[in-house]
Design a protein around this ligand. Structure first.
Ligand code: SF4
Length: 355
């Protein structure tokens, strides 16, 4: 049976990709976005793939190996798929005017955009942390300076390393502080370079503050889980925001941002598929693009011993998500920035193209 590129992507994301240490070391010198816990690459030419490997990956049949003059993914010792990587461009070896290494500011992902974590840490860390998260305690010394970020983005765009858009994200901070940091960084980037920027945050306590993000192109308020009981279990801190509060926040976002620019990640595999798909529909019917993404049990998270949902399960969830999103007239190919535009970490867009 011939597998489509969507099938291959779904399979690799459900099983993980083993990357031998010597291969990772060699790739990291030549390419961007190749780290064994969060690898990113192109499959069969131009399909972007990203995934979070974990303990589950040790049992994966998929391994990255040298092959001919390049690299390939092998499945049980048979060639399975061609892979290529993002070129490593010179800005990653430069420093900002304040002396910060630019490679420490960006996490490059295929097809050529950086995810920038503006702060390391979250106010829920400890008892209330999300069980799949690895962000850690707040460390104010590690907050990124908006000017350092903007200078790095400008350098990346100029040397061709950053091609399409920029994704800014922040852990939850007290008193809606994350929104201040995001707004200042969007402004600093836009003053230097004309590139779409997305912002990723938990809903602010003061919804009026969303206006501060109006210069961004796309916004992500990630519900992660829809079922209220599963939300309490997996997101003890963040579930203090009810789904109804998210819906109010989405409404406020839709007054500010254009169609297909308000998005929310839902992690498949942490609740029943019925409840998950009710969540997809609840978002889509409100004009919010659901980012259908498998749950990945990251190393060091509280769910590190779990597995992502199976490929068969994800295929069904993607197909139903595509039907729901289309029924409400939304289009993930029109999102200007962020995970939905990049499309590496999930296979929704590949399944969409097949249907
Ligand atoms: S709120 Fe965000 S940063 Fe904080 S633990 Fe949850 S996912 Fe991680």
């Amino acid at each position: 049976m011939t597998l489509s590129v969507a099938d291959k992507k779904i399979l690799i994301q459900s099983k993980g990709l083993r990357i031998p240490w010597e291969v990772e070391k060699e790739l990291a010198q030549r390419f961007a976005g190749v780290e064994s816990d969060y690898p990113s690459f192109f499959l069969e030419g131009s399909t972007p793939v990203g995934l979070l490997n974990g303990f589950y990956t040790e049992a994966s049949p998929f391994e990255l190996r040298r092959h001919c003059k390049g690299y390939a993914i092998f499945c049980d010792d048979e060639p399975f798929a061609e892979v290529s990587f993002l070129p490593r461009t010179p800005f990653l070896d430069r420093r900002t005017s304040r002396g910060i290494a630019m490679r420490r500011i960006v996490k490059m992902v295929a097809p050529g955009f950086p995810i920038i974590y503006l702060n390391t840490g979250c106010m829920y860390w400890g008892e209330k942390q999300c069980k799949f998260c690895v962000v850690g305690h707040i460390d104010t010394e590690k907050f990124k300076n908006p000017e350092d970020v903007a200078e790095t983005v400008e350098a990346g765009v100029k040397d061709g390393g950053i091609k399409t858009h920029v994704a800014l994200t922040s852990g939850a901070l007290p008193k809606d502080k994350a929104i201040d940091l995001l707004a200042a960084t969007v402004k600093a980037i836009k003053e230097r370079v004309d590139i779409p920027v997305s912002v990723n945050l938990e809903p602010p306590r003061d919804l009026g503050k969303l206006e501060m993000l109006a210069d961004a192109d796309s916004i992500y308020l990630n519900m992660e889980v829809y079922d209220p009981a599963a939300r309490k279990r997996f997101l003890p801190g963040k579930s203090e925001f009810s789904p109804e509060y998210y819906f109010r926040a989405f409404k406020a976002c839709l007054d500010i941002f254009e169609e297909n620019q308000v998005c929310s990640v839902l992690l498949a595999g942490l609740e029943s598929d019925e409840s998950y798909l009710r969540g997809v529909e609840a978002l889509a019917e409100r004009g919010v693009l659901p980012v259908t993404t498998p749950f990945y049990p990251a190393l060091l998270s509280k769910l590190a011993d779990e597995k992502p949902p199976s490929a068969e399960r994800m295929r069904r969830i993607y197909e139903r998500s595509v039907e729901i999103i289309r029924a409400y007239g939304l289009d993930p190919f029109k999102t200007k920035a962020g995970f939905m535009r990049g499309g590496a970490i999930f296979a929704l867009k590949e399944v969409w193209k097949e249907m």
